[in-house]
Ligand binder design. Sequence first.
Ligand SMILES: [Zn+2]
Length: 433
Amino acid sequence: MTSYLLRDARPLGGDPVDLLLRDGVIVEIGPDLDADGAVVVDAEGLVALPGLVDLHTHLREPGREDAETVLTGTQSAARGGFTCVHAMANTSPVADTAGVVEQVWRLGREGGFCDVQPVGAVTVGLKGERLAELGAMADSAAGVRVFSDDGICVSDAVLMRRALEYVKAFDGVVAQHAQEPRLTEGAQMNEGALSGELGLVGWPAVAEEAIIARDVLLAEHVGSRLHVCHLSTRGSVEIVRWAKSRGIDVTAEVTPHHLLLTDDLVRSYDPIYKVNPPLRTADDVAAVREGLADGTIDIVATDHAPHPMEDKECEWSAAAFGMIGLETALSIVQESMVDTGALSWEQVAEVLSARPARIGRVREHGRPLAVGEPANVVLYDPAATRTVVPGDTASLSRNTPYAGRELPGRVVATFLRGVPTVLSGELTEGVHA
Ligand SMILES: [Zn+2]
């Protein structure tokens, strides 16, 4: 097996040092290491982070292979610096049985670009009527620990309570898409003065906040673990902050787009900005940034949501919700959090790697950059800049909201178990054991 010497990398943005990767692990860290037959990668000026872990990715396979496949989605993930992604359950068929989650898990392994940790559905067919086979999915080869009906809220309080109780048996977590359905019927954008002005049905903050408030109380009542998907409002941050102060076992995520973009973009009526939950106000953006900086929000998760052109290039009301985001996530976090002084690179490693791995109970990812640890590493050039070109992606879809925008940073290399999936900014052949 080829070994790699990362010369003069800056682990977590610190002082330059060499890292030697061999047989899937980091075998040596120190100054001026002997190459000893290893391939030398010039990492001068590059920040080294543990391979990124996404808790919220839509890979669309099985069922919508025109939008994304496990292979293309994991290639896109590798280009974004990820070594592990959690694949959401809203596929067709739905990932609500051991058979489907094992298929998705295996496709990830066979692809060799990024480990895929399937998320299991909470309810059969995402219908919100009865619990799916949570135990069978947990016991399967995929070892599912995260359960979510994402895209749809588990709005029935009794079902949500049962799910929270059930997953305790195997240390699982319910990841809730917090959206009160009755308050958001036909909703198209954030509810506010602007939705009235534009004549689009509003998606009020209270529809998110009411479910989060209910769920943290349920989690406290049954003593279980709750994860809040893509939190997007100031009120949601305040509720999670309150819940944590009470000792409730809740974690929360924010997406890169909710850290950067606001509902003002909807003025264009360009459905590229249509997403669920919707882009919110500048005040909400400030609140989620503060929440991420002070640890109220635990992680950044992409909610990478690929859609074919015909589902996005149509009138606003008919367009699908969602944006792709794996290849821009780290740059958006740099722009919104690092370059603004809100987070250090060490903290970026926490919110984009260590904590999502911990929430998902993934043991081989999100580990420190230390001798003896798995060689899952990303090399990132924070001084680079690039203009986003929608076609320049490994994803099958092009629905990025950042087209034409100049972003900081570039992923130079990604290593999965010591083998590059991306090198010199280009995809390799992947990892094939
Ligand atoms: Zn969602």
